[in-house]
Each structure stands twice: as C-alpha cells, then as structure tokens.
Design a binder for this molecule. Structure first.
Ligand code: VTB
Length: 321
C-alpha cells in the first residue's frame, strides 16, 4: 500500500463525522448513520485505490451502499480490503453521548478477517500489556496481568466494558477484584483503542460486542502495538452455520494475526461526539472542526489531525475534485 493512502483516507472519516454530527442529540440514529454512510461513500470514490468492502453496512440486499463486496476508489492503485463503520455509535449520536466515531480500516487484499455480523467476545490492551492477557483466563488473572505489566495495583486499573445485561457476571468479577470500571453505552472500537493511549486512563477492555468492530479495533491496535483477542459467539444455529461456511472454528481464539494479517494496515477515525481520545465535531460560524486519528501499522506512525472545513466552500461537506 502507498503510504500516502493514509492521508487520503482521513478525508473519508472527516466527511462522515461532519455529516453525522449534524444529527447530534436529535434522537434519530438512522438518519445520523445514513448521513455518515453517504458522505463516506462520496469521498471514497476520489481515492486512488482498488478497494473492496469486506466489513460494511450489511449484505448487498440490505444496504444501499458500503455493502459487503462493493468496489470503492478510482479503480487505480493498490488492491485493498476495506472495513468501514461510518458511524460507530449511532445511539451515542442520537443522544449526544460520549465517544461516537466515524472509522475505517484498510489492509492489503485478503488480509482482514471477513467477520460475520455477530457477537465476538473480546479482550484488548495497549502495548505495555501485550502478550500478558488471555481471553481464556479469568477476569481476575487478566487484571493481575495488566496491573503487573503497568506497574500498578489492581485498584488503579481501569477496565472498560459495554453496559449490557449479558456482562453482569464480568462486571461483578471486576468489582470484586477491586478494579475501577468505565461502563460504556456503545462504541467498543473506541473502548479498545483507548487502552493503547495513556491519556485516556483506560487499561483494558472486556466483554462482547460486534465482530466487525473487533476487526476494526484489531487494525487500530496493530498500528499501536497493542493487542486484542476475540472469539465469535454465534447466537443461533444459523450463525453457527455461517461460521462453518467461512471455515471459522467458533472455539478458536482469534489472535491479532487472524484478525488482520501481515504487518501493513491503515486505521483512520474522526470524532463525531467528544471522547477520551478524540474531540467531536464542532461547528463554528464558517467552518466545521474535526479531530482525527490516522495510523499505519508498517511505519507505526500515529497522527492526530485537526481539520477546519470551510462550510462556505463545501456546503455539502464533500469536494469531489
Ligand atoms: C458494540 C458497539 C457498537 O454494538 O459492538 C455493540 O461497539 C454490540 O451490540 O457501538 P449490542 O448493542 O447488542 O451490545 C454497538 O453498540 C452498535 O453497533
């Protein structure tokens, strides 16, 4: 992949964030998601690449755009697989909450796990605790491992987890271990990525969320030298069959290399609402301000990019040439 691709791709998440941020707090999550998806799709076609969506808004018959299998880019340039989550946290935007992002990941063709849309159990940490966690171990053992790796007490470890009924057991274990907990309403991509940034104060992510989000988070953590482990959690015989058809053993722990193969991949995200890592979009009199993160695994470069987007010159937020 050309290194310049990462700078191009951040334009895609910026456009999606600007478009969906207009819907903040309006209680209309579908509209917010549509706005992000449309803006993302429009910018993708200006980018010199031969992309195929492998993680997207759904199958062709259920998503009008950014569906799995859709071709993206100018058709010239590197052949890449694309994973998108135009609006990670539709409910968050609908309620003006915390940590909604527009996010995508790109890797060489064939290098991203084409994760089926089902639950995945996850555990994620930043670089200091790489190699120390184990999704098969107890919550307490993982907390101990992270505490040791980060040279702190368990009481000072911050674990983040989606606030769901299905996580009652894990939350109970976290509480009895004495860890501090950040319960999140949605957005476990941000939750996973945050573990790799000291400034967020988050040390480890536990719990199940979407499998597609797990692959996108894996790309981010690969760029950051962190780690995520996952296990698919089919909820029905139909979902189990889908895993078999894809040759995925549901009992297998999916490691970094299974989720995103090789040493090159790009991750780009732009804040839609405020989060620990990225500020959300702010609209000023004549421009919209965005905060983005763009990273490439091969070089390990992590860039935070602040953008001021003229609302006069680009009233539709996208300029195609
Ligand atoms: C997570 C989270 C997403 O879905 O993957 C979650 O990151 C999992 O689904 O933001 P449930 O809501 O059923 O727990 C989201 O919350 C929405 O895609």
């Amino acid at each position: 992949m050309e290194r310049s691709l990462s700078m191009e791709l951040v334009r895609v998440t910026e456009a999606a964030a600007l478009a969906s941020a207009r819907w903040m707090g309006r209680g209309l999550k579908i509209e917010a998601d549509d706005a992000a998806t449309t803006a993302m799709r429009d910018v993708f076609d200006t980018i010199p690449m031969k992309g195929t969506v492998v993680i997207g808004e759904g199958e062709m018959d259920e998503a009008p755009m950014l569906y799995i299998g859709e071709k993206l880019g100018t058709g010239y340039g590197p052949r890449v697989d694309v994973a998108v989550d135009p609006l990670e946290g539709t409910n968050i935007v609908a309620s003006g909450g915390w940590n909604a992002i527009a996010v995508l990941a790109v890797a060489d063709h064939g290098h991203l796990l084409n994760a089926p849309d089902m639950y995945m159990d996850k555990i994620a940490v930043g670089p200091e605790a790489v190699g120390q966690i184990d999704i098969n171990a107890s919550v307490l053992d993982n907390l101990k491992a992270v505490a040791k790796a980060k040279n702190k007490n368990i009481e000072d470890v911050v674990a983040t987890i989606l606030n769901r009924e299905r996580h009652a057991g894990i939350i109970e274990e976290l509480r009895s271990a004495g860890a501090r907990i950040k319960l999140i309403g949605d957005g476990d991509v941000a939750g996973a990525i945050n573990t790799a940034f000291d400034a967020t104060g988050v040390d480890i992510l536990f719990g199940s969320g979407g499998a597609p989000e797990g692959v996108i988070a894996a790309v981010g953590l690969k760029c950051l030298g962190g780690e995520i482990q996952g296990r698919l959690l089919p909820q029905s015989e139909e979902e189990a069959e889908r895993c078999r058809a894809m040759n995925i053993d549901v009992n297998k722990v999916l490691l970094m290399e299974d989720l995103v193969r090789g040493d090159d991949a790009i991750f780009a995200a732009t804040g839609v609402t405020d989060g620990e890592l990225l500020k959300g979009v702010q609209f000023k009199a004549t421009y919209g301000e965005t905060h983005s993160l763009v990273m490439r695994a091969r070089s390990g470069t992590v860039r935070f990019i602040e953008g001021n987007h003229s609302l006069n010159k680009k009233p539709n937020l996208v300029m195609k040439s």
